[in-house]
Each structure stands twice: as structure tokens, then as C-alpha cells.
Design a protein around this ligand. Structure first.
Ligand code: CMP
Length: 176
């Protein structure tokens, strides 16, 4: 409910058709600069220089102001996001998860299974994101096989968290 009222009062912006703005009002981030940034991302730490260059080629860097809704639960999604700067909150069902910080990624689930977004994610601060489209995401997984491992580890953690919160909620309602 809190989310809906924040959308109504305008403190969270969401336009499902809007694309995030590329960084620096049209001035493209130089490939070399992107590669330098990617070197600092834990998910890419095993990548060779050649792999980093491929990632830099297929990824856009976008900025979004605080309050932007980056994914909306139950809506289709076509992009994978990795946070370069800033933080974002995750709303899953009735729970709010700890913030996602630089190095964290989201949006992989809809790309992997084609289903709708499983959670609503809102920028808590101004964020700088690496954005990868569905088509390029498949290319990325082929190009950097080690990434599949990182995705699986994170997905397993998210499943465990979901089970724990389902148990907590079950326990809470049984106690009513
Ligand atoms: P997707 O379903 O495509 O869009 C919403 C994203 O939220 C989802 O992919 C995951 O990346 C992320 N997400 C889902 N559940 C959790 C969770 N429990 N903790 C952190 N992130 C999550």
C-alpha cells in the first residue's frame, strides 16, 4: 500500500514505456571509461580484458533520479540492471528487502524465464546503472560463462529468503 500511495503522490515516478536516460544527456560514456568501471564490479572480476570490452559494447550506462521505479512487480521486463552507483530498494510481496548497492544486479529473473517482474525496485538515491537488453543478456551469458554461476548463487539466496519470509508470514498468520 505504501508503494501505491507514493506513486499517487508522485514521490515515485513510473512510466512503463519510458526508457532510462543514457548518461550525460546524450554524451556517450567512452568505451575505455566503461571498461575501467566494469573492472571494479565484483561480478566481472574474473573477466579478461577482451570480455570486459564485449560487455562494455553491449551495455548502456543510464542515470535515474531518486524515486524512479526501475522495475514494477507483475509487469513484463526486458532488461537486466547492474548498479554502478547509488542504491535501490526491493519490494517483494509484502516485504521490503535490504537495499541493493553498487555491484548488485536485478532484473535477471524475467529475462531467464520470460515471466513478469517478481518485485518492484525503486531508486533510493540517484542511481547509475549498467543496462543490458534481453538479446544482449543471452549473448553476455555465452560470452562470460562464469556469470551463470554468479546468477545461480544469487538466485539460490533469493529463493531461500523468499522461503524464510513465507515461513515467517505463515507463522504470523497462524498466531492471529
Ligand atoms: P525480475 O523478476 O526480472 O525483476 C525484479 C527483480 O527483483 C528480480 O528479477 C530480481 O532481480 C529481484 N529480486 C526478486 N526477489 C528478490 C529478493 N528477495 N531480494 C533481492 N532481489 C530480488
Amino acid at each position: 500500500m505504501e508503494l501505491v500511495s507514493r506513486m499517487m503522490d508522485g514521490s515515485i515516478s513510473y512510466d512503463p514505456k519510458a526508457r532510462l536516460e543514457p548518461v550525460s544527456s546524450g554524451a556517450p560514456v567512452k568505451q575505455g571509461d566503461k571498461v575501467e568501471r566494469l573492472k571494479d564490479v565484483r561480478m566481472f572480476e574474473e573477466c579478461s580484458q577482451r570480455q570486459l570490452r564485449s560487455i562494455a559494447r553491449i551495455a548502456r550506462v543510464c542515470d535515474a533520479p531518486a524515486g524512479t521505479m526501475l522495475t514494477r512487480a507483475d509487469e513484463p521486463g526486458d532488461e537486466f540492471f547492474l548498479i554502478l552507483d547509488g542504491s535501490a530498494s526491493v519490494d517483494v510481496a509484502t516485504e521490503k528487502r535490504g537495499p541493493l548497492r553498487p555491484g548488485a544486479f536485478f532484473g535477471e529473473m524475467s529475462l531467464l524465464d520470460g515471466g513478469p517482474r517478481s518485485a518492484t525496485i525503486v531508486a533510493e538515491t540517484p542511481v547509475r546503472l549498467l543496462v543490458i537488453s534481453r538479446r544482449n543478456f543471452s549473448m553476455l551469458l555465452k560470452e562470460v560463462p562464469g556469470l551463470t554461476q554468479s546468477l545461480l548463487v544469487t538466485l539460490s539466496r533469493r529463493v531461500r529468503q523468499a522461503e524464510e519470509s513465507a515461513e515467517r508470514m505463515g507463522g504470523a498468520s497462524a498466531g492471529l
